[in-house]
Write a protein that binds this ligand. Structure first.
Ligand SMILES: *Cc1c(COP(=O)(O)O)cnc(C)c1O
Length: 370
């Protein structure tokens, strides 16, 4: 039996994608091989990676002066690659500053890792209220090497309601879009670099997508390892070394599925419906609530806490909820260990029926406590 999987990542994939991958497992596209067995230099694989890039370009309306790279190392490696390729200096030289907007735990990690190569300046943040809102974003400071934001904050469940003020591209806007890529339309031309680990909205873990404006390629610090240089990957069409072939293939199938569904605009409409359903129920609930301020609520990750005041009792209730939900086929609803409570991640592949099933479960659970 398939469950409704609310995991924050790796997360649910569309069933038709899994079924197609299963059907093609031992013989992909008449090649007589699994995609896992193919040479990454073969014509068969070249067709796969080219199709995947073309679909991503079409769906995200990526302008021609941007390159698409399929890399490894997760979104976390981009926390190092961005500074190494845009702003690193020799040891002993004074570091360049880079703006970071600290809207969550991943944003904080990005700044901490960046600090090895640049001087991160937290130009705004929301740590004061446990990241439950998105702060007013200051205009870019012309001295900063780049301006880093996390568009959707997976752990705390916030999303930027609009992009930071103009002033770019003088200071490139860099965004971690791991948990929101393709969830709603995004104006790629506003950004210098976009990056996303695949395991939330794109495919299996192990593939990272980087979308980078061409003029930002070619500035890596000379001692940057080859595998961490955007210019090397761009020059070789993401085939400098063996890429995550199977992950790229599945990503391609997910993108085909999304296009058949009607593309990003249709997806965004469905995502808004799902989120609205869940938030409006939470706002009416006497037992649960959303800790996130309304204008900043994520469409993809929806944490909720119980209203029980006593800490011990609250913890027991939340544990019981997660356990009973799993027994009812609603899995991976535990909140992040740093936030507690529950979290429903409702990425593109989560059907509205899954959200409806969760709400029915929560209603029953609440009634049994009344
Ligand atoms: C999941 C996630 C990450 C970490 O991704 P890895 O691929 O595990 O490195 C970073 N940023 C955001 C916003 C995420 O959701």
């Amino acid at each position: 039996m398939r469950v409704y999987n609310f995991s924050p990542g790796p997360s649910a994939l569309p069933l038709p994608v899994l079924e197609r991958a299963a059907a093609e497992m031992t013989d992909a596209n008449g090649s007589g091989q699994s995609v896992m067995e193919m040479s990454h230099r073969s014509g068969d694989f070249k067709a796969i990676i080219e199709k995947t890039e073309a679909l991503l370009r079409e769906l995200m309306e990526i302008p021609p002066n941007y390159r698409v790279l399929f890399l490894q190392g997760g979104a976390s490696l981009q926390f190092s690659m961005v500074p190494l390729n845009l702003a690193a200096v020799e040891p002993g030289e004074s570091k360049r500053t880079a703006a970071y907007i600290e809207t969550g735990i991943w944003a904080k990690k990005a700044a901490e890792e960046g600090a090895k190569y640049v001087e991160p300046v937290i130009r705004a943040g929301s740590a004061d209220k446990k990241y439950t809102y998105i702060p007013e974003a200051p205009p870019p400071d012309p001295g900063d090497a780049y301006y880093h934001i996390t568009l959707n904050n997976t752990i705390v469940g916030t999303r930027w309601p609009s992009l930071p003020p103009a002033g770019f591209p003088a200071v490139p806007l860099v965004a971690d879009i791991s948990s929101s890529i393709l969830s709603e339309p995004l104006d790629v031309s506003r950004f210098g670099i976009l990056y996303a680990g695949a395991q939330k909205n794109l495919g299996p873990a192990g593939t990272t997508v980087v979308i980078i404006r061409e003029d930002l390629i070619g500035h890596a610090h000379p001692r940057t390892p080859a595998l961490l240089r955007y210019d090397i990957h761009a020059g070789e069409g993401s085939l400098y070394n063996t890429p995550p072939c199977y992950g790229i293939y599945i990503t391609g199938l997910v993108l085909e599925w999304l296009r058949e569904l009607g593309g990003v605009r249709t997806m965004a409409k469905l995502n808004r419906e799902k989120a609205e359903l869940l938030y409006s129920w939470l706002d009416r609930s006497r037992l649960f609530y959303s800790p996130v301020e309304k204008p900043f609520r994520s469409l993809m990750n929806i944490p909720f806490l119980s209203r029980v005041a006593d800490g011990e009792k609250r913890k027991a209730l939340e544990e019981e909820f997660v356990k009973k939900a799993a027994a009812a086929g609603l899995v991976n609803l535990a909140g992040h260990r740093l936030v507690g409570g529950m979290r429903a991640s409702v990425y593109n592949a989560m059907p509205i029926e899954g959200v409806a099933a969760l709400i029915r479960f929560m209603e029953d659970f609440e009634r049994s406590r009344a």
